[in-house]
Design a protein around this ligand. Structure first.
Ligand code: HAM
Length: 426
């Protein structure tokens, strides 16, 4: 048997966890600073949630969902994105009735059956926010600031923010007609996929990556010139807010996003350092129609999701180092000989219960090898315990920074460590 993680999935080993934690802690801290509260939804949902929510003709629904038929129950799908689940939870728990305006954040894995390639996984992780219950353009701007500042704080610089407006049900039909009219005579110049998109989802032609399609798209009318008055005001207000906050952005009429629930604001942040086509670090926008589609009131919602895997790739691409993979300990217990091992294990147990991060050798290593291990871990304190110490009722405590040693009673250890390292006895 030669079992391996499946294509498009991977293990995140302890040596890589430091970066993951850094990203997740940064997200958690910032989302809370911006007033968002954490929500966790199930990893799998009723398939109809995604079919109805994301749009039947999206790539995700057409070919990328991991769907399981489990006998009698409803068809299940591993969540390919988290916005529809968050809106479902908001409606299911009647949160809109108690307090219509709510801000949520989440982090966790998503599943899409895409072709694996650099920066594209079948299981990837997102950090995201959803602010539900307002149509205010400043709220769209607030979410964009949050995403942009997240990358700035992680020193991921040189990235591009591109925004667009897709209009709403008032003006979208005119935009669609205009696109069809301009592309109708040039169908044979489009790629095969885009010829299909022409009938099924014509807006997706705008973000086709094929050279031929791109050059045609470049010459098309900017569809934001067809926005209705309300959508134009909203887009102007968003741009005004971003400018006032000094957030650099570009209007890119090509941004349409791969999910059908959006209206008005859509945006993406891409990182040229990642190269290739999978360089979007995050994206988001306004999804007022999704809430209605799922049976809720027309209160409006806006949010984004950032790709955690890609944020890590972006840090590494800029020479960022993996964090230390060694355990973080206050104290390492060195056992002088086998006869005192039980005493040592009990000592470790008592210290841990008092809140001291402690570990000990379980491999029967020599004292020298145990000291080397303590060095490698970078632990400040080492407690040496041998027959002599036990008979005197003391522990030999060594400060690895100064090299000084002292004999101390066990009950004195928490205080001694707290005084010099800031570690608090429980
Ligand atoms: P999305 O653009 O599909 O949006 O995904 C958000 C981000 O997740 C992408 O920009 C990318 O960084 C990362 N990502 C997506 N697919 C993969 C993959 N296969 N491998 C690695 N990273 C990936 C959404 O999912 C929306 N729910 C965002 C949103 C929230 N809009 C409003 N609220």
């Amino acid at each position: 048997m030669n079992l391996k993680a499946l294509p498009g999935t991977r293990d995140i080993l302890p040596s890589e966890m430091g970066l993951w934690r850094r990203i997740e802690e940064k997200g958690r801290e910032m989302f809370q600073r911006w007033g968002y509260r954490e929500i966790r939804t199930p990893i799998f949902e009723d398939t109809r949630l995604f079919r109805r929510g994301l749009g039947e003709t999206t790539d995700i629904v057409e070919k990328e969902m991991y769907t399981l038929e489990m006998g009698k129950g409803p068809s299940l799908t591993l969540r390919p994105e988290a916005t529809a689940p968050v809106v479902r939870a908001y409606l299911q728990h009647n949160l809109h009735k108690t307090r219509p305006f709510q801000k949520f954040f989440y982090m966790g894995p998503l599943f899409r059956h895409e072709r694996p390639q650099a920066h594209r996984w079948r299981q990837h992780s997102q950090l995201g926010v959803e602010a539900i219950g307002s149509k205010e353009a400043w709220l769209d701007a607030e979410t964009i600031r949050l995403a942009q500042q997240f990358f700035a704080d992680l020193e991921i610089t040189g990235i591009n923010l591109r925004i667009n407006s897709l209009g709403d049900e008032q003006c979208r039909p005119a935009m669609r007609d205009q696109l069809r009219k301009e592309l109708g005579g040039r169908l044979d110049e489009l790629c095969k996929k885009c010829r299909e998109r022409y009938d099924r989802n014509v807006f997706r032609i705008l973000d086709c990556k094929e050279e031929g399609c791109r050059s045609i798209v470049d010459g098309l009318t900017d569809l934001t010139t067809l926005l209705c008055d309300d959508c134009r005001r909203h887009f102007d207000a968003l741009r005004g807010a971003l400018t006032a906050m000094q957030i650099p952005f570009e209007h890119d009429a090509r941004i349409v996003r791969g999910l059908d629930y959006y209206c008005r604001t859509v945006w993406e942040i891409d990182d040229p350092e990642l190269g290739g086509s999978q360089n979007a670090l995050g994206g988001g926008g306004r999804y007022d129609p999704l809430i209605v589609q799922l049976g809720g009131p027309d209160v409006g919602g806006v949010g984004f999701a950032l790709g955690a895997d890609r944020a890590i790739d972006a840090i590494l691409a800029r020479g960022g180092a993996e964090d230390s993979s060694e355990p973080v300990l206050d104290l390492f217990v060195v056992v002088v000989e086998a006869s005192v091992r039980d005493e040592a294990y009990l000592l470790v147990d008592r210290l841990r219960l008092q809140g001291i991060r402690t570990d000990v050798d379980y491999e029967g290593k020599s004292v020298k090898a145990q000291m080397r291990q303590a060095h490698r871990i970078g632990v400040r304190w080492v407690a040496v315990i041998g027959p002599g110490e036990i008979s005197r009722g003391v522990i030999r405590l060594k400060d690895m920074e100064s090299g000084r040693e002292e004999e101390i009673g066990e009950q004195g250890i928490p205080g001694r460590l707290a005084a010099s390292t800031g570690a608090k006895p429980a």
